[in-house]
Design a binder for this molecule. Structure first.
Ligand code: KG4
Length: 342
């Protein structure tokens, strides 16, 4: 096949997304409908609202993606869809739509793992990037370090034991009264703050050097806030945000660099919503330069959930022979390295 046109669908959390990609890495259309406003009222994602909202907009969004791409339905070669991991009802909205689309068009249905999709956002941003490389994926629901040996061959070498990094950002933001989602707001607040003003913990997991833990850090920030409140003290919130961001970055950057050294990977990629964080990006740039390793960080727009990354990974899954039939289900959890995962 000379040209491979894929319609891709992503509905794993609170973003409804549809994209059209050509030959994996060329993005012809990438449409995102964010539900953030609907969930902000509740301070976090309400799964039932997310599922309903996906169902309401997905058909129009897919049509709009096709229009933006200048493509006809009949030109599509496959439909790719995120089927795991994520909110089960939200995933099912996308999977059901994708099944209907693939069936009615008579094209293959390609199931895509959401985290594999995040990794693939780097292929879109960096046309020259090819495995093997080490990838840190830090989002609202996941934090893990993956050794990417091939486009569909990868394993997790470290993961968070409790909260995801993004979840920690969001919970700390809520404690600071910043609103939801809080990662970006903490990032902005931290600018100009003194990152050494507050002593915050950097956790490690005994015997598992690449695993991470963020719940202690979140509790430490909350304790600082409560202590100040009890004493009637005004806190320098800019410096608290800066100290917190530094602690998260310290939990990520040196770990990834150590793993790259140990595994002999000269390329390091970062993905997921938290990869948009300016402190973490700056620390990675410095560390990679000092260590002589190539660093790949997608632009912030490609870090968060999107469907282009699902279309890109879907292409590589397709080349590897991965297909789903009409019995495809959605899964709230699924390891990225499961060999036969459907
Ligand atoms: O990848 P993503 O859009 O969704 C998931 O798959 O989870 O990531 C969303 C997460 C949220 O927790 C959000 O607060 C965080 O990414 N985030 C940030 C920044 N921008 C988004 N965290 C820190 N700094 C940022 N600039």
């Amino acid at each position: 096949m000379d040209i491979m046109l894929i319609l891709s669908i992503e509905t794993s959390c609170d973003e409804t997304a549809a994209a059209v990609t050509r030959d994996g890495r060329i993005v012809l259309a990438d449409e995102i409908f964010s539900q953030v406003d609907k969930h902000a009222l509740y301070g976090g994602v309400v799964p039932e609202i997310a599922s309903r909202s996906h169902v309401e907009v997905i058909t129009d969004l897919a049509d709009s993606a096709l229009r933006s791409a200048g493509a006809e339905r009949g030109e599509l070669d496959a439909v790719a869809v995120t089927c795991a991991p994520g909110l089960i009802g939200a995933l099912l909205a996308g999977v059901s739509f994708a099944k209907g689309a693939a069936f009615s068009l008579g094209v293959p249905l390609i199931p895509v793992h959401h985290i594999r999709g995040h990794i693939a956002s780097n292929y879109i941003a960096f046309p020259e990037l090819a495995p093997p490389f080490l990838c840190l994926i830090v989002s609202g629901g996941n934090s893990l370090i993956a050794d990417v040996r091939g486009y569909t061959d990868m394993s997790v070498i470290g993961a968070t034991r409790d909260d995801a990094a993004g979840e920690c950002f969001d919970k700390v933001a809520r404690a600071l009264g910043l609103g939801y989602p809080g990662g970006k707001l903490i990032d902005e607040l931290a600018r100009g703050g003194d990152d050494t003003a507050f002593k915050l913990p950097r956790a490690s997991v005994e015997g598992r050097p690449y695993d991470m833990s963020f719940s202690g850090l979140k509790s430490a920030v909350i304790n600082v806030l409560r202590g100040a409140e009890r004493r009637g003290e005004e806190l320098d919130l800019r410096s608290l945000a800066a100290s917190f961001s530094a602690a998260v970055s310290d939990a990520l950057v040196p770990r990834v660099m150590d793993a790259a050294r140990k595994l002999g990977r000269d390329k390091i990629a970062v993905a997921g919503g938290v990869a948009a964080n300016s402190r973490i990006r700056g620390d990675f740039e410095r560390a990679a330069r000092a260590d002589g390793r190539r660093l790949y960080m997608p632009p912030p727009a490609l870090c968060g959930d999107n469907a282009a990354m699902i279309g890109c990974q879907g292409y590589y899954e397709y080349l590897a022979g991965v297909r789903a039939d009409m019995s495809l289900n959605a899964y709230a959890t699924m390891p990225i390295d499961k060999k036969e995962w459907l």
